[in-house]
Write a protein that binds this ligand. Structure first.
Ligand code: ZN
Length: 205
């Protein structure tokens, strides 16, 4: 894919070995998403598109203020054990995620990077216990995790925050960053929040 700008030194996928060798990175950001159905109106990679857009924007701001951050490639598979009945929700079990996370930590320690932020974009990914475990094995690496979707939005910015999936929050972001992949909202059902299974949207009442 054509990158519409010069390589950004804070995006690992775009930068090069020379630039990496010349930079003493302080923080690595690991976006971790999911590939899963998002109702009928948003694409399967919604969480990944959001992760990339938000981490890239945040890293740009940090870099411009002098922070040496590097955004690692997003990991596109998340925990899907709650919706195994939905075709092609790409389940990755927590034990597999931990194995991957350990390998990433090992790479960062070898590169002399002291801090890792796991940037989670999917509700069923839970990194708390994993952070404890990798911190046990790699005490020289400060590791933490955050769920961006838990960040309190500006008051009044959204009219409905009751949903947790394919909701107003996610739909709004996708209309901003990938509008071509959002189908007309008439596809989304009544838009009412519901809990549990990700099957066909529940009708009012
Ligand atoms: Zn999502």
């Amino acid at each position: 894919m054509q990158v519409p700008h010069p390589p950004r030194p804070y995006i690992l996928a775009e930068t090069n070995w020379k630039a990496v060798q010349e930079t003493k990175f302080e923080v690595a950001i690991l976006p971790w998403g999911a590939t899963e159905a998002h109702n009928y109106h948003l694409p399967y990679a919604t969480d990944n598109y959001q992760n990339e857009a938000i981490t890239e924007a945040a890293a740009k701001l940090a870099w411009e203020r002098g922070a040496k951050v590097i955004v690692l490639p997003n990991i596109p598979f998340g925990v899907q054990t709650g919706q195994l009945d939905i075709a092609l929700c790409m389940n990755m079990l927590p034990s597999t995620q931990l194995a991957i996370l350990k390998d990433v930590c090992d790479v960062l320690v070898r590169a002399g990077i002291p801090k890792l932020v796991i940037f989670n974009g999917h509700g069923a990914n839970e990194f708390r216990a994993m952070v404890r475990e990798v911190s046990f094995f790699y005490p020289q690496l400060f590791t933490c995790a955050l769920n961006w979707f838990k960040v309190e939005p500006k008051k009044g910015y959204f009219t409905n925050l009751d949903g947790d999936h394919a909701d107003e929050l996610e739909t709004s972001i996708m209309l901003e960053i990938q509008p071509n992949l959002v189908t007309p909202l008439s596809e989304a059902g009544d838009g009412l929040p519901r809990n549990g299974s990700s099957k066909v949207p529940k009708k009012a009442g």
